[in-house]
Design a protein around this ligand. Structure first.
Ligand SMILES: *Cc1c(COP(=O)(O)O)cnc(C)c1O
Length: 246
């Protein structure tokens, strides 16, 4: 998909994505409003991000803390989602921006986030990120660690665990992406079905990107993170890691 840089394309692109969400929800017997569209605006200019917000994208996703905080200042009423890997030294700054942090992947990060949340007397919502494909290029805890990490974070007073998130391994051909990804989405759903029995708030499944969000909805996704199909192809900066490119 080629980059399109006119302002007027965003409403149509958002509508098209919403229409596909509606179709996938219908096919799988689910309600459309059980699925949140997170418009991933990483590498997108502040102006174009604001245009997407104007066009109705109220949930916005960023994978870098600095960009998230800057854009949050500009659009304070959007719900901001931190979807990228998080270093502990950025944990305090991310709380200036993130409504929901999708990338909790280890105890030490949970402790740090909890401490900063306590300092501010807030409760920070998080998702536990799971590396369902055991892919060294992807973040997240291992499937075998999910229950323990969810229980640990849930035990911290100032964190609220709202569910699980994953980025499945990169699949090469778009045509096979949906079926390959479905297998990984199913793994995450099984984990969620297990943890939600003890921790009812942990009901969300953040899964599905431009290449595979319809498959993710059929597997139970409650949050799809869509960048390319809304904003157009990202221009790749030199040295950009694989994960950021996906
Ligand atoms: C970039 C990114 C997305 C969006 O990917 P697209 O393929 O552009 O839709 C979703 N989730 C994460 C974690 C990302 O880094």
């Amino acid at each position: 998909m080629k980059p399109i840089d006119t302002l007027s394309d965003l409403p149509a692109r958002l509508d098209a994505v919403r229409e596909r969400i509606r179709g996938a929800a219908e096919r799988s017997g689910r309600r459309e409003d059980d699925i949140t569209l997170v418009a991933v605006c990483k590498t997108v200019s502040p102006e174009r991000t604001a245009d997407a917000f104007q066009a109705g994208a109220r949930d916005l996703g960023e994978n870098r803390v600095a960009a998230l905080v800057a854009k949050r200042e500009q659009l304070p009423t959007a719900r901001w989602h931190m979807i990228g890997q998080l270093q502990r030294n950025k944990a305090r700054a991310v709380m200036d921006g993130a409504t929901l942090i999708h990338s909790l992947d280890r105890r030490s990060l949970a402790d740090t986030l909890n401490r900063h949340a306590a300092d501010r007397a807030v409760v920070q919502s998080v998702l536990v990120q799971v590396n369902v494909g055991d892919d060294p290029a992807k973040g997240g805890c291992q499937v075998t660690e999910v229950d323990e990490l969810v229980a640990y974070a849930d035990g911290l007073t100032n964190l609220l665990v709202e569910g699980l998130m994953t980025v499945p391994p990169l699949v090469s051909a778009r045509s096979s992406a949906q079926s390959d990804a479905a297998r990984y989405f199913d793994i995450l759903r099984v984990c969620r079905d297990r943890v939600v029995r003890d921790i009812p708030t942990a009901r969300h499944l953040s899964m599905g990107m431009s290449a595979d969000f319809e498959a993710a909805i059929c597997e139970g996704s409650t949050m799809v993170r869509v960048g390319t199909d809304i904003f157009g192809a990202r221009v790749q900066a030199p040295g950009t890691r694989q994960e950021e490119r996906r």
